[in-house]
Design a protein around this ligand. Sequence first.
Ligand code: XMP
Length: 314
Amino acid sequence: MIDPEEFVEEAVEKLKREIGDRKAIIAVSGGVDSTTAAVLTHRAIGDRLVSVFVDHGFMRKGEPERVVRILRDELGLNLRHVDASDEFLEAIKGVTDPEEKRRIIGEKFIEVFERIAEEEGAEVLVQGTIAPDVIESERGIKSHHNVGGLPEELGLDVVEPLKDLYKDEVREVARYLGLPDEIVERMPFPGPGLAVRVVGEVTPEKLEIVREANAIVEEEVEKAVKEGLMERPWQAFAVLLDCKATGVKGDERDYGWVVAVRIVESIDAMIADVPEVPWEVLKRIQDRITSEVPDVTRVLFDLTPKPPATIEFE
Ligand code: XMP
């Protein structure tokens, strides 16, 4: 384990040296990695760091508002909120291949981000890349572990203050820096967001379904943790599968969507296990999803550890 105080002191000094008197830019998502990198850098160079929140429209329920409130109002970052949701949705229209989807979202992200970087006259790009991102990208398991990757294309100098840290260490540093629990304890969320939690083609209708289902999973798990029924898992989320199944609502046959619930334990996301979630909690999740989310007829629980599965479905 690292000593957070020592780490912060050294990282801030290093950032000052690396950035000098130039202007820097960072893409923030409200996740613990990018927020920690932004706060560290803000300590080093103040408002010469512009934090850009590109809202691709694939965020969780209430998330854009929460990100702006915490990063701008509570942490005092120099934040730019860019709503690019229409652009992103249009770009992945009709795309079903997962890697293709990630590639397009990544490219679109760079395009939007590049526009802002130019407008801001930034010369340095700060990234919240952490150790497992580097390792998995090098192994070619999954591309784009950090949306906003491919920094070479931007022609900016890249600075990665967290690249030697694992998630638990980042959380320690984040706590030390005074980041609120909402950010520190936030479950990891993929850069391409809910777009990779809709298996196959993404439509506004499907996004809405997975957004609502996911909010229910997170709320019920959080409630169960507070009630002492289970430990807080590494991740708990909903995925909308690319198939429909027969159901019955009232007296009528219904043909609706299938939602998978994924709850995993992990230390660093390199491997993951599925914990024994109390039946009562799973039942509540199923009950709320099928009654509150229109057009869902079935809820499945994913039992597969990583490996052989990955944590996300795409
Ligand atoms: P997988 O699905 O590869 O996920 O087992 C490992 C961990 O990484 C998260 N993840 C991402 N994080 N950008 C990110 O910043 C991404 O594109 C991305 N894809 C997956 C995933 O949620 C899990 O915690």
